[in-house]
Design a protein around this ligand. Structure first.
Ligand SMILES: [Zn+2]
Length: 180
């Protein structure tokens, strides 16, 4: 049976945004995230993370270390999958310095999710803190929720209107719960 998904950005939504690239050892989830994911599951949604990690292409950390961190995060907060884009067309690590199909707002990571899961896109959501997240949601035809916990509306890189704007993931989950 098809399930709707709450697609989640990582930095600024699940993990604390510090405004610069953190060493991976310092990446931490907000304390409320685990319970939010539980509630998302209780409502019948999958929780799937889609995250741009161009720092891999820029040589700040390796893809192996990123995969290790994501396995820890998966265990800690129990999300169903984490898709990441390690690319950046201006990156200095040759292997990742490509103009790929997976960097948000392109649809590649959502297409990967659709290949792995039976997804009811019509009732799905995208939750993020940046313009590229909201644009991705619009490209995918899902409802979009901007959270202020990361970059948020004051730092939007370009003008794009989310369906909802809320404080953080807790408020986003309330919106999702109230719409069913
Ligand atoms: Zn990519």
């Amino acid at each position: 049976m098809k399930k709707p998904v709450v697609f989640l950005d990582r930095d600024g939504v699940l993990t604390v945004e510090k405004g610069y690239i953190l060493p991976l050892e310092e990446v931490e989830c907000y304390p409320f995230v685990k319970k939010c994911i539980e509630e998302i599951h209780q409502k019948g949604y999958l929780a799937i993370v889609v995250t741009n990690q161009g720092a891999v292409a820029r040589g700040y950390f390796t893809e192996e270390k990123l995969i290790y961190l994501h396995e820890q995060i998966k265990r800690e907060i129990n999300v169903d999958a984490i898709y990441y884009c390690p690319h950046h067309k201006e990156g200095k690590v040759e292997k990742y310095a490509v103009d790929c199909n997976c960097r948000k707002p392109k649809l590649g990571m959502i297409e990967q999710a659709c290949n792995q899961f039976e997804i009811d896109m019509e009732n799905s959501y995208m939750v993020g803190d940046r313009a590229s997240d909201i644009e991705l949601g619009k490209n995918a035809g899902v409802k979009t929720i901007l959270v202020e916990s990361g970059y948020g509306s004051k730092k939007m890189e370009y003008d794009i209107q989310a369906d909802f704007t809320v404080e953080d993931l807790r408020e986003a989950v309330k919106i999702i719960e109230n719409r069913q």
